[in-house]
Design a protein around this ligand. Structure first.
Ligand SMILES: [Zn+2]
Length: 444
């Protein structure tokens, strides 16, 4: 009998705690809601469970009694960031051939979860994972969505689709041998449940194969993300209607050729097709020489989160000599092309998305995303509100989840970050996000 009473007491207490913990109020900060209009001063955001219940201001929106109040005074409050180009299967190690041989057994349980967790702690609540082994990608995505792992919400492509896998990469790169083979592989990915298709080297496929892949993807409701490294990749991608281009090119050619620009303008004029999206991934290249000469940031231990000491040591020794990495030798010649090409794309009416190639040598998931915003704003002169929307509103729209995330709007998931100071004036404040809430749960 006494036990029963105790049980009810506990039950009631827990119930009360739950009710209180269920309602949060972010009070006082300047809200950038993701739509692009002037920020809302002295904002109040009510969060109930996983979702945003109401948005208003101090004085117009009352904070209900019992709500868990989090002061955002002095802070910028904004939607959780998106990074539209990450590689959770890599963690900054400089030697891909070695990594691909050594770490496949750890990808699902260690490497990919660590990447997703690091992204989240950096304020990245959603990310597009562009290329990885199929089962592992799906398992990590689903475990995060079920709340079993802390991490950014992932949207995954599974394996790269390309002409032929590079030797030793067959586990996460699928070659296409003929149109029918292409269709079959896309159907397999669709049935497995990937979120979109990642296409690379499409200039090496036959047009028949390329058309089949994109058609089959679209038939199955999957968008196609394609590399835009080489002019011919862009030409072909535009011809078959891919849905987003990545990167700005590996060569040192100073700008996009005029015929390519003509095709891009032709495409952006067709509003019935929606905007033309492009994820230029510039920061890793743009900042290479800076990091090479100022490697202190590589010692920041934010990228150790979730990784065993042995893996940390392994990554660290691989980047001990940033100046010697083959990956970056041409980068100084490419650097000046980045600003020119970004300008060309913007002038042609392309909508840019924030993405970073996070995971490539020396580029850690804990640091990449804010650097991309910083380069856009402080080096290329892009409006900070444009940059923030390229990391919030537009990515959610592209992904087809704009009803659920991407802005701070009642009814949507509470994916919200806050940072001390004014991010519209000093966008690099995003390197140290003070508050991270994903689906209503506070992680930082
Ligand atoms: Zn990439």
């Amino acid at each position: 009998m006494r036990n029963l009473a105790l049980f009810f007491l506990l039950f009631t207490c827990c119930g009360l705690l739950l009710a209180q913990g269920n309602l949060k109020a972010l009070v006082g900060g300047t809200l950038i809601d993701g739509y692009g209009s002037a920020p809302i001063q002295n904002s109040v955001i009510l969060i109930e469970g996983e979702r945003i219940k109401a948005v208003g201001t101090v004085g117009t929106l009352e904070v209900p009694e019992g709500a868990d109040v989090i002061s955002t005074e002095g802070m910028s409050v904004l939607p959780g960031l998106w990074d539209m180009h990450v590689h959770t299967m890599i963690n900054g190690h400089a030697d891909y051939a070695y990594w691909d041989k050594t770490y496949p057994p750890l990808l699902k349980d260690v490497i990919m979860p660590a990447s997703a967790h690091q992204l989240l702690m950096a304020g990245v609540t959603s990310a597009r994972d562009l290329g990885g082994p199929l089962d592992e990608s799906l398992a990590v995505r689903d475990a995060i969505n079920k709340g079993e792992l802390p991490g950014a919400t992932l949207y995954v492509s599974g394996p790269f689709i390309q002409h032929a896998p590079y030797p030793g990469t067959e586990a996460f790169r699928w070659g296409v041998n003929g149109a029918e083979d292409g269709r079959r592989k896309i159907r397999r990915l669709a049935e497995a449940g990937v979120d979109f298709i990642k296409l690379v080297d499409q200039d090496q496929m036959t047009m028949e194969e390329l058309r089949a892949v994109v058609e089959e993807a679209h038939k199955n409701g999957l968008k196609v993300v394609a590399h835009g490294h080489r002019p011919e990749e862009i030409r072909r991608g535009l011809e078959v209607g891919v849905d987003c281009f990545e990167h700005t090119g590996l060569s040192s050619a100073p700008r996009y050729p005029e015929d390519v620009m003509e095709m891009i303008r032709e495409r952006t004029a067709q509003m019935n097709l929606g905007p033309l999206f492009w994820c230029p991934t510039v920061e890793g290249l743009y900042n290479y020489e800076y990091v090479r000469d100022n490697p202190e940031k590589l010692d920041n231990d934010s990228w150790h989160l979730g990784l065993p000491d042995s893996v940390i040591a392994d990554i660290r020794q691989s980047i001990e000599h940033p100046d010697r990495l083959p990956y970056f030798q041409l980068t100084p010649s490419r650097r000046p092309t980045l600003k020119t090409k970004i300008r060309q794309l913007l002038d042609a009416g392309v909508v840019l998305l924030v993405g970073t190639d996070s995971g490539i040598p020396m580029k850690f998931h804990s640091q990449s995303t804010w650097n991309e915003l910083d380069v856009w704003v402080n080096e290329f002169g892009i409006d900070p509100m444009y940059a923030i929307r390229a990391a919030t509103y537009w990515p959610a729209l592209w992904t087809g989840v704009a009803d659920e995330v991407g802005t701070i709007t009642p009814g949507k998931y509470a994916d919200i970050i806050a940072v001390d100071g004014d991010v519209l004036r000093y966008v690099s404040l995003l390197q140290d996000v003070d508050l991270v809430i994903k689906r209503g749960r506070q992680y930082k």
